[in-house]
Design a protein around this ligand. Structure first.
Ligand SMILES: [Zn+2]
Length: 411
């Protein structure tokens, strides 16, 4: 039995999850006090009083799932279908989205951000990192609205915010100053976007991003779609700058499509640089040929996290919001079949984001935040291949979703 301090007198446990199976296979009773796991008790151990007990009957309990990359402010869930006509270059989609924003000016409260958060929570996501557009159309409007949204959801979800220059920085004059203002307003990280492909000057773009991060004491998360030598060169430059600035553990490269094009020898060199610098990779497991080689990166020790990216917005009509489904996409994409390979897909949505992004508890342990998800499964591989929705979601110590009763269909 493992215990942390229990109060003398008073109620030793607000919520008890009795007879859970943990990811490593052992059975335990999980006691929750406030928003923390208070104790894991071995089967048969004496149980002090609890205000509420839920008998899980051996259900698998995992830490709340983490979505390392989403765009809450773009989501159009709940609005009439908007045809998707722009294709091809990143620039074409940026221009298409800006035209839509200029024409509609829809407040985010009337868009799909709330609906998206509901879906995410119901699928077991209890922490997420959202990028928020900062450009010459939105300026800081979206950020102000997402900060409000974060405050309204703070009792259920951990939300990190990246100030994201969706139109680039160098060619969009108000953006550099607005990114600084966004960090002052409460954004947690500064973003970047294709320093070569969008801004045409890798070093000038990274100069601004890293200067903002250092000036405001924040982390960095850069969208990098650039492929080939431009993309690989940018990855090397980000690693070198991170190491030089002592920002290890605070820098993420999202997408990193160029890694899909690196040979194994080159990949080994890049992995070494990323690991030395403390830079994480985030992937949404995209289709086509652009997905970084996730299992190989894991073998090389690179911290890899998964994210949803776009959900029914100007960029992507897709609506896959579950991180379990995202892990299944990785299993499909890389033809993973063994239990060991499937189980390795849990870390990018739990332990790794906790360690390198500061997202989620990452573990079920005394003292950890009580974000927990229970599945009717014998182990992680079954959850992933069956693409299960959780039977129970506990967020910050409170039951947020309970599907154990019949008649509550998955979303
Ligand atoms: Zn994105």
């Amino acid at each position: 039995m493992t215990l942390i301090a229990e109060p003398r007198g008073g109620t030793p446990c607000d919520l008890r999850l009795h007879d859970a199976t943990l990811a490593e296979g052992r059975r335990a009773t999980i006691d929750i006090l406030g928003d923390r796991v208070a104790a894991l008790r071995d089967p048969g151990a004496p149980l002090p009083p609890a205000t509420r007990t839920i008998d899980l009957g051996g259900a698998l309990v995992l830490p709340g799932l983490s979505d390392g990359h989403v765009h809450l402010d773009k989501c159009l869930l709940g609005l009439p279908w908007r045809p998707h006509g722009a294709s091809g270059s990143v620039r074409a989609i940026i221009d298409d989205e800006k035209a839509f924003r200029r024409a509609t000016r829809i407040p985010l409260a009337e868009q799909g951000a709330e609906a998206l958060l509901e879906r995410m929570l119901r699928s077991g996501t209890t922490s997420l990192r959202t990028h928020v557009d900062i450009d010459d159309v939105t300026r800081i409007d979206h950020l102000a609205q997402i900060l409000d949204l974060r405050a309204r959801w703070s009792d259920r979800l951990q939300i990190q915010i990246v100030a994201f220059p969706q139109s680039g920085i160098l060619g969009c004059p108000p953006v550099a100053a607005d990114l600084g203002e966004a960090l002052r307003m409460g954004a947690d990280l500064v973003g970047g976007l294709d320093p070569v492909g969008i801004d045409g000057d890798r070093d000038a773009h990274l100069d601004i991003v890293f200067a903002l991060a250092e000036r405001h004491g924040r982390g960095i998360d850069i969208h990098l779609h650039d492929g080939d030598a431009a993309g690989l060169g940018t990855i090397a430059a980000i690693a070198a700058r991170t190491e030089a600035a002592g920002l290890g553990g605070q820098v993420t490269i999202s997408h990193a499509f160029a890694l899909a094009e690196a040979g194994d020898l080159e990949l080994g060199r890049i992995a070494e640089a990323l690991n030395r610098a403390g830079v994480a990779i985030l992937s949404s497991i995209p289709g086509g040929s652009r997905c970084p080689p996730i299992p190989r990166l894991q073998e090389l020790g690179v911290p890899v996290c998964f994210g949803t990216d776009n959900v029914r917005d100007c960029w992507n009509p897709a609506t896959v919001t579950s991180m379990v489904a995202r892990a299944q996409l990785a299993a499909y994409r890389f033809d993973l079949r063994t239990d060991a390979d499937l189980a390795a897909l849990l870390a990018p949505i739990t332990a790794v984001p906790a360690r390198v992004l500061g997202l989620g508890p990452g573990t079920v342990a005394p003292g950890a935040r009580a974000d927990l998800v229970a599945f009717a499964a014998g182990g992680v591989p079954q959850v992933i291949v069956e693409r299960q929705e959780p039977a129970l979601v506990v967020a910050r110590g409170a039951v947020a979703v309970d599907r154990r009763a019949a008649g509550d269909p998955p979303p």
